[in-house]
Design a protein around this ligand. Structure first.
Ligand code: ADP
Ligand code: TRP
Length: 332
């Protein structure tokens, strides 16, 4: 039995980084025939560490669900669900918490970054840190281990979390015997595991530099126009290997299109023109999914149905795993 699984946190506009680092590869893996099971979910419990408005929260959950379906996920062949619908994940989180050295979590990136920032700004080191943020990697380990997952497609920033999940599983297998939990492996894309944003840093909701998947064509055009460029004159030759526009273009264009635009760079190209070329390929990719997304967002009953159906199927797997884990760990 080979299982692929990944989750997306519903905390804001889904963007090109999420698409290329996680969603697109995950959908391709579900179609590849290499897996017996594909499970994908909305990591809504993880979003609670930061979202504080129920209206917004609910809308993000629906948007995340509609995104996967709009991009072509088959919710019959794959199991698509909402994390918090499967209560076993919280039971497993407690068990795994008891098997996790606190030091491992002190070293986890998002917590460490927060502490470092507080230090720099002269604040209390735990300012703005809730226990959910601290324990985030253990809940994520439960997400993965609960479904006996073998492979997890994610962007580079999530690798440490998968390593933590693998190490917790390994420790449980040592304590309670081989086969207690499956040790998972991350799957990183050659292209797309580190998509750059408008300012040339990693595209991320937390940096406010994203190109969102959804919205009107006009909005996409406007966002792409915001990509930071220098003031090199239009006619001056430009380096296609050192440019955010080109970096994004390569992720959507064909080999011929890429060659042609690289040539124009070397001859001299206006940034406005290069941005327009990028807009064209991204828009072409998103055109049909955008219509499906909009129509799904107008049909919440359909989205509820998809989530309920997925929850039923995911819960069968979760129950079986918990039976095994409880019995190995507690004897009951
Ligand atoms: P964000 O950093 O915008 O909050 P998430 O943490 O919700 O994004 O990420 C959801 C998925 O998308 C994860 O698998 C993550 O690794 C991937 N991802 C996020 N940003 C990028 C990026 N810039 N390039 C590639 N993958 C990314
Ligand atoms: N932490 C992931 C993110 O921020 C989301 C996530 C939660 C996830 N649980 C997961 C990803 C399990 C892969 C597997 O993007």
């Amino acid at each position: 039995m080979k299982t692929v699984l990944t989750g997306i946190k519903p905390t804001g506009d889904i963007h090109l980084g999420n698409l290329l680092g996680a969603i697109k590869p995950a959908i391709e893996m579900s179609r590849s025939g290499d897996f017996d099971r594909a499970l994908y979910f909305v990591a809504d419990a993880h979003a609670l560490t930061s979202v504080r408005d129920p209206e917004i929260f609910k809308n993000y959950v629906y948007e995340t669900t509609a995104t996967w379906v709009a991009l072509g996920l088959d919710t019959e062949k794959s199991i698509f669900f909402k994390q918090s619908d499967i209560k076993e994940v919280f039971e497993l989180t407690w068990i795994l918490n008891c098997m996790t050295p606190k030091g491992d979590l002190n070293r986890a990136h998002s917590y460490k970054d927060r502490v470092q920032k507080n230090q720099q700004e002269g604040r209390d080191l735990d300012h703005g840190v809730n226990m959910g943020l601290f324990d985030y990697p253990v809940l994520m380990s439960s997400d993965i281990l609960l479904y006996d997952t073998n492979e997890v497609p994610v962007g580079k920033d999530q690798v440490q979390h998968i390593e933590i999940a693998r190490s917790i599983a390994g420790r449980c297998n040592e304590y309670f015997g081989e086969g207690t939990l499956v040790e998972p492996q991350e799957v990183i894309q050659k292209n797309g595991s580190y998509v750059v944003g408008l300012d040339g840093r990693k595209m991320s909701k937390s940096y406010g530099n994203v190109i969102p998947l959804w919205g009107t064509e006009k909005k996409l055009r406007k966002t792409i126009n915001k990509i930071a460029t220098d003031s090199t004159p239009e006619e001056a030759p430009k380096d296609p290997d050192n440019c955010t526009i080109m970096e994004l273009y390569r992720l959507f264009a064909t080999a011929d299109q890429i060659n042609a635009l690289e040539k124009r760079y070397r001859e001299g190209i206006g940034w406005g023109y290069a941005k327009l070329e990028l807009f064209e390929v991204v828009n072409e990719y998103l055109k049909e999914p955008r219509e499906r997304f909009n129509s799904l967002m107008n049909n919440k009953d359909e989205l509820d149905k998809i989530l309920n159906h997925g929850a039923q199927r995911a819960s069968e797997i979760a129950e079986a795993t918990m039976k095994r884990v409880r019995s190995r760990i507690t004897g009951f």
